[in-house]
Design a protein around this ligand. Structure first.
Ligand code: TXA
Ligand code: MG
Length: 362
């Protein structure tokens, strides 16, 4: 099917060139976006993956850019398409812990955490074994696994029969893709022939990452990245500490070294309590070209058409669901700068959202 539309998103037209928003084009529905509910689409995905190609997959956290984790050539396509540094390893997505056992020795701590939190947004890093591609491990001597909380994705993983390596489906450094359309914007059909659509990602931020390998030397496991599963949710089950800021430049997790989640326009955060944020907006002028991503309570302080809604200040999980989408939306509106409120640190996703906001703004 084809439509005349006022294009409001960056899209790829069939000849492979990029369509700018704000112009009227003869657009085709992006034929790469297929519902993951469709069995035919899943079968198509299996065929592409087995032949070494990339397929975008929905997960409960963010969309992933997937390839066979057992195939160096396939995995290296992920790095090329994303523009990802080759020393930044990839997470392997599995059907269950039994699939993990085929590739590594599963330590007791992994059994305990998987029992409690899988399927779910928790990636566990363990000592490498046999069978996962070198490109995926990226010289770390370790490998990260996660069992996604997405039944149709697990069905696909079962059909493929081996783990899928998948980083977040966005160009390196950009906000993570949380909708099929974000993925379509970022990757050309030449690099990415199929995007399985599962609707907006349920959580909107990436998984918690825990490195279990320090336990081998009697040291606490390391919380490498904040996510929906929090330090306090796990610390009764095993010795665990958060990675310190000054450690990040060392060897903890290569991904921490790089610029992340950055929209095209520079992002400034409003800090402090809700009242302090209100006072800051009240005492400063509305700047032309600024798009505001604000907690609901602050909306009245700026013209409505300059404001994007992040939901109530006390419900950071709602802002987390939308945050990457809203950064992209601000860019799409041609923002020259973006000002975002911060949300409560308490409650699910509060700390994880703040961590993403700080990185996006830095
Ligand atoms: O929720 C998620 O985790 C999403 C979805 C698609 O599953 N994936 C994701 O992947 O966020 P990515 O590549 O954007 O972030 C993975 C992080 C990187 O910072 C990487 O350095 C770290 O995990 N990581 C993966 N394997 C590792 C390993 N073997 N050793 C150390 N760090 C590792
Ligand atoms: Mg990422």
């Amino acid at each position: 099917m084809q439509y005349f539309v006022e294009s409001s998103h960056f899209l790829w037209n069939p000849s492979g060139s990029r369509v700018q928003p704000g112009y009227t084009y003869l657009l085709f529905m992006d034929p790469r976006i297929q519902p993951i509910k469709s069995k035919a689409a899943r079968e198509h995905a299996v065929g592409l993956l087995r032949s070494g190609q990339l397929v975008a997959i929905p997960t409960e956290t963010v969309y992933g850019l997937a390839a066979l984790a057992t195939d160096d050539a396939a995995a290296s396509r992920i790095y090329a398409a994303k523009g990802r540094p080759s020393n930044n390893p990839l997470i392997c997505h599995v059907t269950d812990l039994d699939m993990v056992r085929r590739y590594v020795q599963v330590p007791a701590a992994m059994e305990i955490l998987a029992e409690q939190f899988w399927p779910g947004p928790l990636t566990l890093i363990v000592r490498e074994g046999q069978g996962i591609a070198q490109t995926v491990r990226a010289g770390t001597g370790k490998v990260g696994f996660r069992m996604p909380d997405h039944a149709l994705l697990r069905e696909l993983l079962g059909m493929v029969g081996v783990p899928l390596a998948a980083p977040s489906a966005n160009r390196s450094g950009k906000p993570s893709g949380t909708r099929a359309l974000h993925v379509a914007e970022d990757f050309s059909p030449r690099d990415l022939p199929l995007i399985l659509d599962g609707g907006p990602a349920f959580l909107g931020l990436e998984s918690t990452i825990v490195d279990l390998t320090p336990l081998e030397e009697g040291n606490p496991a390391l919380l490498v990245r904040e996510g929906a599963i929090r330090l306090e949710d796990m610390s009764t089950l095993l010795p665990l500490r958060a990675v310190g800021r000054q450690e990040e430049g060392m060897t903890v997790s290569p991904g921490l070294l790089y610029r992340h989640y950055a929209p095209d326009a520079p992002l400034t955060l409003l800090r402090g309590t809700l009242e302090e944020q209100r006072a800051c907006l009240e005492s400063s002028p509305d700047v032309v070209g600024t798009v505001y991503i604000l907690a609901q309570e602050l909306h009245g302080l700026r013209p409505a058409d300059h404001v994007l809604d992040g939901g109530p200040w006390g419900e950071p999980w709602r802002a987390a669901q939308e945050f990457f989408h809203l950064l992209r939306e601000a860019d799409r509106r041609g923002a020259r700068s973006i000002v975002a409120s911060t949300w409560s640190l308490h409650g699910p996703m509060g700390v994880a959202l703040r961590e993403r906001q700080e990185r996006a703004a830095s």
